[in-house]
Ligand binder design. Structure first.
Ligand SMILES: Cc1cc2nc3c(=O)[nH]c(=O)nc-3n(C[C@H](O)[C@H](O)[C@H](O)COP(=O)(O)O)c2cc1C
Length: 389
């Protein structure tokens, strides 16, 4: 049994429970996985100023995004096929998010459909993530379904005009020749998962895509559908229709460059997620921790800025906020917690993050999430240190 004290423990517990193809699908990134590793390492290198005697008797973790108050500056980000990690996994994660009052983002390529998630988690603040696919009519239909289920924000992912190249998926049997047989073999070695998800977690379909893929949509269709249907030919001006189809908050996900950030603002998006897709798309691009400050300088006064990539603790959440984000999305962290302990695991993860944030903010002498900015970073002392030496 793995003792769970930190997010890395959830990762270890997930590794024990999941068949290899699923663990590696979540754990891996593009090509040499350098950007994926840098997301974690660069964030961990961000040093916080320790401050004392600043009256931190009460800590306020709440903030406001698009006129909504959230009790914690954290959302569960979109991940594909989350329902393969635990039985009807997206519903379980959404229920945990609802318990903490934070948004849950449902991926286009989730196992559970918008309708299933809403029925299973009636109170959740539901965000819907949309990919750019060739069939515009289908995108409109998905937006209409998201509206009908009361989604409060549309997360429009723009960093996947084509899927990244992920070597681990070939090695593991997630994709490539012999995949189904290898996956079945791996599942047999993980009876806990095989019983919970393999047998009782059916149907293993991409719930939101059933109207286009039909009842037989499964893991093979997943990879194939992604590769065939993403649209690399699209430009900002081709997206005018989207502003009309969705009149709520629009958050563009997958921005890493200040020029693209300005374009997103000019396009009329209210929010941005600074993200490199967890290092799963273009290996070799900067980490989110490195990219974020310049984007905050470019558009932070006009847009609500979110960031994801490499967040593995409450301390990391505070670091992202200090670098310029107003909110942080979790990716692998919640998948690992879900795989390890289901809804209870995601609940525990969010409680852990909250507790860690409180301790970090207390020791940094900062009592409000909305007051976190670059002044809480130790780098702001570099000048004085240089003068002393
Ligand atoms: C297994 C997995 C599946 C993902 N699927 C999606 C997806 O369907 N849509 C999307 O916009 N991003 C997707 N992402 C990217 C995440 O939303 C997020 O950007 C990334 O995981 C953040 O990095 P982190 O996992 O290191 O926190 C996925 C990430 C992982 C790990």
């Amino acid at each position: 049994m793995t003792i769970i004290a930190a997010i890395d423990d959830f990762r270890e517990a997930a590794r024990r429970r999941l068949p290899r193809f699923l663990f590696d699908y979540a754990d891996g990134g593009a090509l040499g996985e350098h950007t994926m590793r840098r997301n974690v390492a660069d964030l961990q290198d961000v040093a916080i100023r320790q401050r004392v005697l600043q009256d931190v008797a009460s800590i306020d973790l709440s903030t406001r995004w698009f006129a909504q108050t959230v009790p914690l500056p954290v959302a569960l980000g979109p991940v594909g096929i989350g329902g393969m990690f635990r039985r009807r996994g997206e519903v379980q994660a959404a229920r945990a998010a609802a318990r903490h009052g934070i948004p849950f983002t449902l991926s286009t390529v989730a196992i559970c459909s918008l309708e299933e998630v809403r029925a299973g988690a009636p109170d959740v603040n539901l965000w819907f993530q949309l990919y750019i696919v060739r069939d515009r009519g289908f995108m409109r239909e998905l937006i209409a379904r998201a509206k009908a289920q009361g989604a409060t924000a549309l997360v429009f992912t723009v960093d996947m005009p084509t899927p990244g190249i992920r070597h681990r998926d070939l090695h593991s049997g997630m994709s490539g020749p012999g995949g189904p047989a290898r996956r079945a073999l791996q599942a047999m070695g993980k009876p806990g998962w095989a019983w919970d998800v393999g047998l009782r977690g059916r149907p293993h379909q991409l719930g939101n895509l059933l109207p286009v893929l039909g009842r037989d949509s499964g893991m093979n269709d997943y990879i194939g559908w992604l590769a065939d249907n993403f649209d690399p030919g699209i430009r900002w001006r081709d997206l005018d229709w989207l502003r009309e189809a969705w009149d709520g908050p629009l958050i563009i996900k997958g921005i890493l460059d200040p020029v693209d950030a300005r374009d997103a603002a000019a396009y009329g998006a209210q929010g941005l997620i600074v993200s490199n897709h967890g290092g799963r798309q273009l290996d070799g691009v900067p980490s989110v921790a490195r990219a974020l400050p310049a984007i905050a300088d470019a558009v932070g006064d006009r847009m609500t800025l979110f960031a994801d990539g490499g967040v593995r603790s409450g301390l990391d959440v505070v670091r992202m906020l200090a670098l310029g984000a107003q909110g942080v999305l979790l990716g692998r962290a919640w998948l690992w917690a879900l795989a390890a302990e289901g809804e209870e695991g995601v609940d525990r993860l969010l409680s852990m993050l909250e507790k860690e944030m409180r301790v970090v903010m207390t020791l940094a002498g900062c009592n409000r999430v909305t007051a976190i900015d670059r002044t809480i970073l130790a780098e702001s002392l570099t000048y004085h240190e240089e003068r002393l030496t």
